[in-house]
Design a protein around this ligand. Structure first.
Ligand SMILES: Cc1cc2nc3c(=O)[nH]c(=O)nc-3n(C[C@H](O)[C@H](O)[C@H](O)COP(=O)(O)OP(=O)(O)OC[C@H]3O[C@@H](n4cnc5c(N)ncnc54)[C@H](O)[C@@H]3O)c2cc1C
Length: 420
């Protein structure tokens, strides 16, 4: 029995077997014959979504190619491809994704299954870009779904945590190839919070990183740019790694280190193909909680969270990350009730996180927040029903396609007890 670990190292599972089918027939046979199945992408989720004592499926070895639709508005791609592989292949076809998150090792299937997103007041999550799926269901049957064919299955599948089946292919919306310029600037926290709506409206992508003990933020904006190759980026991760190790050895120094790190931020610019500008390297391992907060409550929630970190002298060494995401109509999407600010709290993977995250989670919940499904949260089944008006509709579809709960694990059984 080999062990499986997620990216941060906080989830360790011991599946009875880890299988890497090479084609859809082999996958269907595996799913049909297994009692319990989970599928893993790149293992970048912080919650135990991929954990199982049964069969763990990886699509790493599945064959497949990219097919561009005749109108060039969508492509059909293997769900097991990483976002890096997908966006590089799109670029070769003169295409881009309209938006991406911070990194690109995640698989297409895994990113869509948890509602992975980037930043942009007018831009939805990757799940909102999905136009169709090909799925292997619990009984081994294969089904294609989109808004015209099996529409309920499609609606549920758009954000489904791998509960409905194994996606083998995804049809996703694309745009003509895009070049971007990234601009980094240090700004006063008070100025950014006071001018946030104007700042968000003026930029296609706006986010900021904020050390909770500092009074400045690192503002990152992306702007359409003239075509050209990728320009160089400075790598500050070695310094940051040393700072994290220092904070782990002496947690009381976290506030002082943060203030120094904030002062080190320098203005910079780089530009290039969008697929290379969106993602950054993340070499220092961390644990993360993220709450999506309706826009009206976002700044008050952030101010309260910062005050709590300072009052409790929480030894958090990573910055908060503040982004914006457009509304969508996906049943299990945290953005279904309107556009949100997305506030992420990180902790160095070698330092305790649970107590701090719990205190901050209460603040974000009080402001109407819904968690990122892949990141640390403590929702219960009752919370899911209360926060998601379409949860029961999702549960009905889940019961129809997987009556034996083959795709459940302990974590999901707790979250979706209402649908068993
Ligand atoms: C360093 C880092 C940076 C991140 N940045 C961002 C960010 O900018 N924005 C953001 O929103 N999130 C971000 N995340 C979270 C990450 O995008 C999600 O956890 C995403 O789900 C990970 O994709 P994965 O391929 O690793 O999936 P996994 O974590 O392996 O799996 C996630 C879920 O998808 C299911 N799944 C995977 N493949 C399939 C399939 N083919 N069919 C059906 N179900 C499937 C799994 O069963 C599981 O439920 C980040 C995480 C890390 C570690």
């Amino acid at each position: 029995m080999s062990a499986w670990r997620n990216w941060s190292g906080s989830v360790v599972a011991h599946p009875a077997q880890i299988v890497r089918p090479r084609d859809e027939d082999a996958l269907a046979q595996i799913v049909r014959g297994a009692a319990q199945v989970r599928v893993t992408g790149a293992g970048h989720s912080f919650m135990p979504l991929c954990a199982t004592a049964g069969t763990l499926v990886s699509l790493d070895d599945m064959a497949g190619t990219l097919v561009v639709a005749a109108d060039r508005a969508s492509v059909d791609a293997p769900a097991g491809w990483s976002l890096k592989r997908l966006t590089e292949a799109l670029w070769a076809q003169g295409l881009s994704l309209a938006n991406q998150g911070d990194v690109n090792p995640q698989t297409l299937g895994g990113a869509l299954a948890t509602g992975t997103h980037g930043t942009g007041r007018e831009l939805g999550s990757l799940a909102a870009m999905a136009r169709g799926y090909r799925l292997v269901l619990a009984d081994g049957s294969v089904v294609d779904c989109d808004k015209d064919h099996e529409p309920e299955l499609f609606e549920a599948q758009r954000l489904s945590l791998g509960l409905l089946g194994v996606a083998t292919r995804v049809r996703i919306a694309v745009i003509p190839a895009l070049h971007l310029e990234e601009r980094i600037a240090r700004r006063a926290l008070a100025e950014v919070l006071d001018t946030l709506p104007a700042l968000a409206a003026a930029t296609r992508h706006m986010e900021f990183f904020l050390f909770p003990y500092a009074e400045t933020v690192t503002l990152k904006t992306l702007h359409p740019a003239a075509p050209g190759p990728l320009t160089a980026q400075e790598d500050g991760d070695a310094v940051f790694q040393a700072c994290c190790d220092l904070a782990a050895a002496a947690p009381r120094s976290a506030a002082m280190i943060q203030r120094v790190l904030a002062r080190l931020t320098r203005a910079s610019r780089r530009s290039g193909p969008a697929w290379q500008i969106f993602p950054s390297e993340r070499t220092v391992r961390f644990e993360e909680m993220e709450y999506e907060i309706p826009l009206a409550g976002a700044v008050p929630a952030l101010r309260e969270a910062l005050a709590l970190v300072r009052a409790k002298r929480m030894p958090l060494i990573f910055p908060f990350e503040f982004r914006m995401v457009a509304a969508d109509d996906i049943w299990l999407s945290p953005f279904h009730a309107g556009a949100c600010a997305s506030i992420s709290v990180h902790q160095y993977a070698a330092m305790p996180f649970a107590e701090h995250f719990a205190a901050l989670e209460a603040v974000f919940r009080a402001h109407g927040g819904r968690p990122h499904w892949a990141k640390r949260h403590t929702l219960t089944s009752a919370d899911v029903v209360a926060l998601y008006p379409q949860a029961q509709a999702f549960g009905q579809v889940r019961k129809r396609v997987d009556p034996g709960a083959k795709f459940m694990n302990d974590h999901l059984r707790q979250l979706f007890a209402f649908s068993l």
